[in-house]
Write a new protein. Structure first.
Length: 232
C-alpha cells in the first residue's frame, strides 16, 4: 500500500513539473525564427531621369525610350548573425517594346545588385531598414525599320539596313530603404526603394558596327520601387 501511495505521489509530482516547465518555457520570438537565408521574388518599376540617347532617337523619328518601365527581380536576403544588418544579392530585368509608324524601339535592361541594410526599427509585425546599393546595369536597345526590303539573293547589300543594335553599361551606387510588414504571417512582404546614380561613362556601343557620334549616360539617375514576395 505504501509503495502504491509513493508511486502515485511521484506521478503527480512528475505531471505537475511537466506542466510548470511548459508554462515557464519562453516563447520563440520572430527574430529567433528567422532563417539565415531567404529567397524572394519582387515586382515593381524603375523610373530614370531620361537617356541622352533619346535625343538621337527623337531626331531620327524613332520613339524615345520610356522613363518608367516595369521590372522583375529575384534575390536572396542574407541575415548577418547577431546583428541588425542584412544583405540582399539580387538580379533584375525589364523590357520595353514600342511601335511608332514604320519604326520600332525595343529596350532590355538587366541589373546585378548588392544591398546592405541596417534595421533601424522592428517588431513582430513591421520593420524599417536603410542603407545603400551597389549595382551594375546593362542596357540593350534595338531599333527596327519596318519598311525595308530584304533580297535573299543579295543579302550582303541588305543586311543591317533594317536593324541597329546598341548596348551600354553603368556602375551605380545610391541610398535605399526597406519597409517590411505582415512579418508574423506565412506571407511576409517587403517594399524596397532606392535611387541609383550612374558612375561610369555608359557610352553606347555596338557589337555589329562602329558607332559614330555616340553619347554617354554617365550621371543617369534611376529610382526603383519593388514589392518583395518572400518564399522559403
Amino acid at each position: 500500500m505504501k509503495k502504491a501511495l509513493l508511486f502515485a505521489a511521484l506521478c503527480c509530482f512528475g505531471v505537475q513539473s511537466s506542466i510548470f516547465a511548459q508554462e515557464t518555457q519562453p516563447e520563440t520570438t520572430t527574430t529567433e525564427k528567422e532563417k539565415p537565408v531567404y529567397l524572394y521574388f519582387a515586382l515593381g518599376a524603375n523610373i530614370n531621369s531620361g537617356f541622352k540617347l533619346n535625343d538621337k532617337l527623337a531626331n531620327a523619328g524613332f520613339r524615345e525610350i520610356d522613363e518608367a518601365t516595369p521590372e522583375f527581380a529575384l534575390g536572396f536576403r542574407i541575415n548577418i548573425p547577431d546583428s541588425k544588418m542584412y544583405t540582399d544579392v539580387e538580379i533584375s530585368g525589364s523590357f520595353y517594346d514600342r511601335n511608332d509608324g514604320g519604326f520600332r524601339t525595343q529596350s532590355i535592361s538587366t541589373s546585378s545588385r548588392l544591398r546592405v541594410h541596417y534595421t533601424i526599427w522592428e517588431n513582430k509585425d513591421f520593420m524599417f531598414a536603410a542603407g545603400g546599393d551597389v549595382s551594375y546595369t546593362s542596357y540593350y536597345v534595338n531599333l527596327f525599320s519596318r519598311n525595308n526590303y530584304v533580297d535573299l539573293d543579295d543579302l550582303p547589300n541588305t543586311m543591317n539596313n533594317s536593324h541597329v543594335s546598341l548596348r551600354s553599361g553603368l556602375l551605380n551606387v545610391g541610398p535605399s530603404v526597406a519597409f517590411g510588414f505582415l512579418r508574423d504571417t506565412n506571407f511576409p512582404l517587403r517594399i524596397n526603394a532606392g535611387y541609383d546614380i550612374g558612375l561610369t561613362n555608359g557610352k553606347w556601343k555596338s557589337d555589329f558596327a562602329s558607332v559614330g557620334n555616340t553619347v554617354k549616360e554617365n550621371g543617369l539617375g534611376t529610382f526603383y520601387v519593388r514589392l518583395a514576395l518572400w518564399a522559403w
